[in-house]
Write a protein that binds this ligand. Sequence first.
Ligand code: VGL
Ligand code: ZN
Length: 199
Amino acid sequence: MQTHASLIAGPGDALVLVDVQNDFLPGGALAVAEGNRVVPPLNRCIALFTGRGLPVYATRDWHPPDHCSFAPQGGPWPPHCVAGSPGADFAPALRLPPGLPIALIGKGHDPAKDSYSGFEGTDLDRLMRAEGVERLFVGGLATDYCVLNTVLDGLRLGYRVVVLTDAIRAVDVHPGDGERAVAKMAAHGAALATTAELS
Ligand code: VGL
Ligand code: ZN
């Protein structure tokens, strides 16, 4: 695990909310255990960042109804986060700032093109660079898919990344997937911190 010089949010820092959507919450089409538990710590982070005028970005899983990742098409998942459906809505308890940039993940029909990264096929990198963002604080769902791939892409693109470990939850298709994903993010250079350590 990498140590971090400062967990004080300031210029160059951005908050990234990954796929905090109804279908990933308990009762949703692809429910993540305790997925709802990411909302209170993320709301505290949103208040901290917006209070300092720091940017907040959100991603949404956003699939066509016949997406290649859905079981009827031979994919691994039950249909979920269909574009424009209630399941694709942000968790109602998430207090999003008005007008925040939203990156849509997984829009493609191409069977070879499932994606789990907020940077893949989106404007996110360009938007962040335009805002002078250098360090990402990342939380949301799910640890072992969209959080993992968004964090790895962020690192690859040259951002420093802090994973907010109390504000993520895993699908855990195989037990331990979430823990392995956290270890992988750390091994690739992400810092790990709880939202309580952020000030
Ligand atoms: C995700 C599984 C399928 C995620 C999206 O947001 O992590 N996981 N689609
Ligand atoms: Zn999906």
